[in-house]
Design a protein around this ligand. Sequence first.
Ligand code: RRO
Length: 310
Amino acid sequence: ISLKANIGDYQFDNVLLNAAGIRCATTDELDKILDSQAGGCVTKSATPEPRKGNESPRMKATALGCINSMGLPNHGFDYYLKFAEANQNKAGKQVILSIAGLSVDQNLEMLKKIQASSFDGLTELNLSCPNIKGESQIAYDFEAVREILTDTFKFFKKQLGIKLPPYFDMHQFDRIAEVLNGFPITYVNAINSVGNGLIVNPETESAVIKPKGGFGGIGGQYIKPTALANVRALRLRLRPDISIIGTGGIRSGQDVFEHILCGANLVQIGTQFGFEGTKIFDRISRELKEIMDKKGYQSVADFRGKLKTL
Ligand code: RRO
């Protein structure tokens, strides 16, 4: 049984990756992911300059997942580009370079540096960070997405993926797909955390994280149905050559199986990778292979996108 997958010409030995943001901010953490069963690694979303991020406490685990308002703490774009250049071209393991500028100009500045660099892997443009004070999630503004991609593809000739926020209305799925189908993007990643949730501690009668009065991105079990809906809705609407990475609510082989049924080419694990570390990639690979074995599937392509409806 094979868990191999690909996005365009990029081969991955395993469908499982980390999700940007979790245990992937330092080269030490990234090396650990590359040394694991994972099919590659995604770097913490970078800004042009290093950032400390929001005030602590800024992440809190709950029984069903977590809430975060990290505020893009990262070592700066050059640090991650250097790592990506040094670790590309490992057979079957891809490095995905995630960027999240605080403005259109910051994103274009980083994309120009990637274009001029020796990095020839996948870049993931994060248009969905929910935690920057005073900023909105770009990908909820469909015309803003069109404008940034228009500017990008005037000079960007490498392979680009877009990290999307969750959408909740059928017209949102129609609109974002119509915009994305107009550009030579390689993949979309659905979904980022569900933005601006609020977790309350009834004992202390308090919010559980400090930034933004306690509002933050929700991950974990809370968000799996929303993630599956986004993967499925986008698969039904995007050009067939645009791949999909499914992210959200994965903590077992069954969860991965469901994402792939909905149309995911690869999947990423955030919250639960934070809880378990790199050994999660062994466990979930084993669980997924057991399910495939029982059902007689040899490869993920045997069931990808084949969700039945009633
Ligand atoms: O750093 C963060 O606060 C953060 C980012 Br950039 C993101 O894309 N998603 C998220 O949940 N947190």
